[in-house]
Design a protein around this ligand. Structure first.
Ligand code: MG
Ligand code: MG
Length: 254
């Protein structure tokens, strides 16, 4: 596990601020009729304007600048010609590299008018992310985050995706440790100042099983129920936790 210095965390914060602004601009583009490829193109353009690079492009040969995961797609959807339709939800998951430092964040966005049960899924998943972040303290443990996420989501009988989870980030797209969205039997390291983590609940309206489509990327719910995904990059520091991928005007220090 690679700890980051306060100076390096400030650089990841710059990367994260660019990412927050980019996702906000992309969120505003989402409406019935827009093609996923148009969202990808706009993402590339915005990041270029900031002098940043899409960190996912080319990562393990991923072919796009952003993951666009529609409805039953959980994560890793590849943008294509598909046009969003009223009632869809689309996950936008983006990694940004700015001056060598990487941040990672995701939002799930309603397209037009969505069913109340889907709106609640999005709301609960976002709440779970915030509760997971609130449970992180220097001196605590990674599973404090996992437990807070799982407890909240489990009250609603949603499916918690297990094979994919949060992770260290900052110098690379994926670093140790893993940050599961349930209390796993795996490693449960102490949260130390200098740790930078992507926290990212992936929650299904139905069961928790997932499959990977034949494109070898797109993860979908096995029962094809709707899935939601929200993600922030956070930094553990002496005395608290910073969220590095909030909109800068809403940067929160706990
Ligand atoms: Mg992500
Ligand atoms: Mg991530």
């Amino acid at each position: 596990m690679k700890l980051k210095s306060p100076k390096q965390i400030e650089s990841i914060r710059e990367s994260g601020a660019i990412l927050a602004r980019t996702l906000e601009q992309l969120r505003l583009l989402v409406e019935p009729g827009i093609a996923l490829l148009d969202i990808d193109a706009e993402c590339r353009r915005i990041l270029g304007d900031y002098g940043a690079r899409p960190a996912f492009l080319g990562y393990m040969d991923f072919p796009a600048s952003i993951c666009t995961s529609v409805n039953e797609a959980v994560i890793h959807g590849i943008p294509d010609k598909r046009k969003l339709r009223d009632g869809d939800v689309v996950g936008l998951d983006c990694g940004v590299e700015f001056q060598g430092f990487i941040s990672d964040a995701a939002i799930t966005v309603p397209v037009g008018t969505i069913r109340p049960e889907v709106r609640q899924l999005l709301q609960v998943t976002l709440e779970a992310l915030e509760l997971g972040i609130a449970a992180a303290h220097p001196g605590g443990r990674v599973h404090d985050i996992s437990r807070a996420i799982y407890r909240h989501v489990n009250q609603h009988n949603y499916g918690v995706v297990r094979p994919y989870c949060g992770h260290g980030v900052g110098f690379a797209v994926h670093e140790e440790p893993q940050v599961p969205n349930y209390v796993s039997s795996g490693p449960n390291p102490r949260l130390k100042p200098g740790m930078v983590l992507a926290v990212e609940p992936m929650i299904n309206l139905g069961g928790d099983d997932v499959d990977v489509l034949s494109d070898d990327w797109t993860v979908v719910t096995t029962d094809r129920s709707i899935s939601a995904h929200f993600e922030h990059t956070i930094a553990i520091r002496e005395g608290g936790v910073d969220v590095l991928t909030r909109l800068p005007e809403a940067v929160e220090v706990s």
